[in-house]
Design a protein around this ligand. Structure first.
Ligand code: NAD
Length: 529
């Protein structure tokens, strides 16, 4: 599965087949980073300069010597045309390839240009460690300086920039994926692609095609999201000649049960879904948990794709392949690991998400920040305005934390349990309140309660719970248990939790921002909350 597409709506349908172009001055690391990025995204890689050399049968300095720069540029434009016509890929461009306005227009229409930057000193150090450069004698600081002086406005004019100066190669590859909103989750078999792209719902049919997914498609959505976005999706599917049947289920956690699953299974049959066709889950976490479980079990398993429309679903439930339903006895007691074929998040759908749901999703964003991203936590410290300034970027950053964790531990045998932060108490709270408390709100309260538990056990930095609570308040989220809730009912629900072993419950507890300890056994007696 190698499809990918632009994170910019303007790049439109052409970019659905993802092309990433790495650009920047000599020494910015385009080739090395491009090669590794392509591996990470499960895409082929082209180094344009090597392609030109292979086609000419000459090294770049020899082409410059025999044909001048103009001859080289003509060869470069021709090689670029070929790269644009071929399969989706990552392309490392030469440092002057987009000076030609026609080249630039073609490349920007076809995909995303990520411009790599670094200080002059870093560029020079890197160049000194490599072979000859045609426009730049090695060790020649003054020539690099004049080249940068000529081209710096040009390089700065590309909207997507990545400063590689203080990053290791691995960090730069990861940051490139976060900037692009393009990931490949390497877990559970061949893994699956994740794309964050405003406006992408309209292009879902082409996305399915690019992933080799078949119809007829069973589109599962709920009664709130369906009227807003199902038509957009079905039109996108029609454009790519997919037949679609829509299955609408009631909205909300109260319906995440076996009755609704029965309804989905019957709806998929009526939609003509077969063993090799595809289920689409369009909606929040309730829809994706149910539709994913339905797909896992329908005809012994059919492929499925997640189109998450709530913030929580984008940053959390769409990733990791956990699917399931609740029983009256507790949340998510029925379920299966069943990874999707593709996750396609369109952040423009967040515009219609009620504020209360947005806040609920922000609880999971804060959770991810506490687990593994102090920079994301700092962003959250800025409050409501700061996190809403660029929601697509927030989604990409928060998704990245979860993707790293599930890649390391797909079946929750170790570190993945960190994602349960706030959930052991949170789930119990949801249940004890009869689901009156929203999932995200319950997780917010659970996170602070669990941080306090960690402080009591001597695991956490003092004041950790307070700093998390303050961030949650800044986002309009609760941090304290509602006074009217029966504490014994909550503790009782924790004891039914799947993470219980005998007289102890296994918690993931925070030690500091960016560091969570998993598998902390807490005796029933210490569970006072
Ligand atoms: P949800 O699916 O109930 O969505 C919340 C509400 O928002 C619903 O009424 C829905 O119709 C509405 N909505 C969704 N997108 C909208 C949009 N763009 N515009 C307008 N309304 C929209 O709940 P949720 O918060 O998305 O997800 C919570 C569920 O996810 C829980 O059941 C939880 O257990 C599950 N979850 C699963 C995982 C996992 O790994 N599988 C992880 C975290 C949470």
């Amino acid at each position: 599965m190698d499809a990918t597409w632009s994170s910019e709506e303007s790049a439109g349908h052409n970019s659905l087949g993802l092309r990433v172009f790495l650009y920047g001055p000599p020494g910015s690391g385009k080739t090395e980073l491009g090669f590794r990025l392509a591996q990470s995204l499960n895409l082929p890689f082209t180094d344009l300069d090597s392609e030109i050399e292979a086609q000419a049968g000459l090294t770049t300095p020899k082409i410059f010597a025999s044909e001048d720069e103009s001859g080289f540029r003509a060869r470069e434009s021709a090689a670029l045309k070929q790269a644009l016509a071929g399969r989706p890929r990552v392309v490392a461009l030469g440092g002057g390839a987009l000076l030609d306005p026609t080249n630039r227009a073609q490349v920007e229409a076809a995909g995303n240009v990520l411009c790599l930057t670094a200080t002059q000193k870093t560029l020079l150090d890197r160049l000194r460690a490599t072979d000859e450069r045609p426009l730049l004698a090695p060790n020649d600081a003054s020539r690099l300086q004049s080249l940068l002086a000529q081209r710096s406005d040009h390089y700065r004019s590309f909207p997507m920039q990545l400063d590689t100066d203080s990053l290791t190669l691995e960090e730069a590859v990861w940051q490139a994926q976060v900037h692009l909103g393009a990931f490949h989750v390497w877990s559970m078999g061949d893994g699956y692609s994740v794309r964050v792209s405003a406006g992408s719902l309209r292009h879902v049919g082409h996305a399915l095609q690019a992933c080799g997914l078949n119809g007829p498609v069973g589109l599962v959505t709920d009664e709130i999201v369906g009227p807003l976005y199902a038509e957009r999706v079905t039109k996108g599917l029609e454009e790519a000649d997919y037949e679609t049947g829509v299955v609408v289920i009631p909205a909300g956690e109260a319906h995440k049960n076996l009755d609704t699953l029965q309804r989905i299974w019957s709806g998929l049959l009526a939609a003509g879904v077969e063993r090799r066709s595809t289920v689409l889950a369009l909606g929040g976490g309730v829809v994706s948990d149910l539709a994913g479980f339905a797909a896992a079990t329908f005809m012994r398993g059919v492929p499925w794709v997640v189109l998450p429309t709530s913030l929580l679903a984008m940053v959390d439930s769409s990733l990791g392949g956990k699917t399931g339903a609740d029983l009256a006895e507790g949340k998510n007691l029925i379920g299966a690991f069943y990874p999707p074929g593709l996750v396609l998040a369109d952040p423009s759908t967040l515009a219609s998400l009620p504020e209360v749901e947005l806040r609920s999703g922000l609880a999971e964003v804060v959770k991810h920040a506490v687990i593994g991203d102090p920079a994301l936590f700092q962003l959250c410290v800025g409050g409501w305005e700061a996190v809403n300034r660029d929601r697509a970027a927030l989604v990409r950053q928060a998704m990245a934390v979860k993707i790293r964790i599930i890649e390391a531990d797909p079946f929750e045998e170790g570190q993945r349990a960190a994602l349960n932060l706030g959930h052991t108490i949170g789930h119990a709270l949801e249940q004890a309140s009869g689901y009156r408390i929203r999932h995200g709100e319950a997780i917010a309260i659970g996170m602070v309660s669990e941080a306090r538990l960690a402080e009591r056990l001597g695991l956490a930095d003092p004041l950790l719970a307070e700093s998390i609570a303050q961030v949650l308040h800044g986002l309009g989220l609760p941090s304290e248990l509602p006074p009217d809730l029966d504490r014994d009912a909550i503790v009782g629900a924790i004891r039914v939790d799947k993470k219980r072993h005998g007289r102890q419950v296994g918690f993931a507890l925070p030690r500091r921002i960016g560091d969570v300890q998993v598998g902390v056994a807490v005796d029933n007696a210490d569970l006072a909350i």
